[in-house]
Ligand binder design. Structure first.
Ligand SMILES: Nc1ncnc2c1ncn2[C@@H]1O[C@H](COP(=O)(O)OP(=O)(O)OP(=O)(O)O)[C@@H](O)[C@H]1O
Length: 295
């Protein structure tokens, strides 16, 4: 569906994106694009959409008009009512479109229809774009930080809606997000970017296995917990956590039995994207450090 190869995007002197090994997105892939701030995630999305000046090749059989996109900042005519914006973009009438009416109700959007776009709050602007993207049912859809600016309840509602909306569809989804728990529900592949470079790309399971093992046990990073787990190998983890990798059931039983006996709370996961991505980044840094040392 899309193959990205030898793509470079430069802003002035800064290399914002550099993809050397070809990346292929297949029909029906649900790809989470992750990485730190400034890693090049939005630049990648914009490049696939043809919105940047890039070198290299992006081969796709999808026409630009078959791509639907929710970007971090979306722009619409300020002078029109939201209802007219919707009807003009979708070439439909709300009162004649049951699916659109249902989405408007689901996202609590009725009271926004008579307002001008500029009078909407940040969260309401987000919801407008989400409704427009969903209703178009395009074969290729991009969501860039789709839940940012939404309150907790709306975020939960939106994620369940996205899971349900795309469940039986062949839509290819590319989702940029810093909310890993949300990605865990939606994506089956991950593209990890850092400083414009691809750290890794593969299925969620494959990458988890590669960087974390079969499962990972996480617990609070307290002095007591550190002491009790000091005999085990640890993974890189956020400051407040200890992360213990388990390569098989036996290793997992040994750790969990010990924690249960000591009455320590813990979490077990076989798809913790946050721990996986921290370790992928760490391994990549270690590799480039070793390469530099050898050179
Ligand atoms: N229009 C632009 N002009 C100049 N530099 C830009 C432009 N857009 C992005 N950049 C730079 O390119 C790099 C990648 O930016 P990009 O927005 O793709 O990152 P990101 O991974 O989406 O970050 P975030 O998580 O903060 O949204 C950053 O260093 C950014 O400052």
């Amino acid at each position: 569906m899309i193959t990205i190869n030898q793509v470079r995007v430069q802003y002035g002197n800064q290399l914002a994106l550099s993809i050397n090994t070809p990346i292929t997105l297949k029909t029906g892939d649900r790809v989470g694009i992750i990485g730190s701030n400034g890693a090049g995630k939005t630049t990648l999305v914009k490049t696939i959409l043809g919105l940047t000046n890039y070198q290299g090749s992006i081969i796709t059989d999808i026409r630009p008009e078959e791509m639907a996109v929710h970007l971090q900042h979306n722009h619409y005519a300020n002078t029109m009512s939201v209802k007219h914006i919707m009807e003009a973009i979708l070439n439909t009438r709300i009162k004649k479109n049951k699916i659109l009416q249902d989405l408007i109700t689901f996202f609590d959007f009725e009271e926004c229809l008579s307002k001008k776009y500029s009078a909407l709050s940040g969260g309401q602007k987000q919801r407008l774009t989400i409704i427009l993207v969903l209703i178009q049912d395009a074969p290729l859809v991009f969501f860039d930080e789709v839940t940012s600016g939404l309150d907790f309840e709306t975020r939960q509602k939106l994620m369940s809606k996205l899971v349900e909306w795309y469940r039986d569809k062949a839509t290819t989804l590319c989702i940029v997000s810093h909310y890993y728990e949300e990605l865990e529900q939606l994506v089956n592949k991950l593209l990890i970017l850092e400083k414009g470079q691809v750290i890794d790309f593969g299925s969620k399971e494959e990458l988890f296995q590669k960087y974390c093992g079969k499962t990972v046990i996480t617990l609070d990073n307290t002095p007591e917990n550190k002491e009790i787990t000091k005999a085990f190998t640890t993974l890189k983890a956020p400051e407040h956590l200890i992360a213990l990798p388990c390569q098989d059931n036996q290793a997992e039983m040994a750790i969990t039995e010990l924690l249960i006996k000591a009455d320590i709370n813990f979490k077990r996961s076989n798809n913790n994207i946050e721990i996986m991505s921290i370790n992928a980044k760490d391994r990549c840094m270690e590799r480039s450090y070793n390469e530099k040392k050898e050179a």
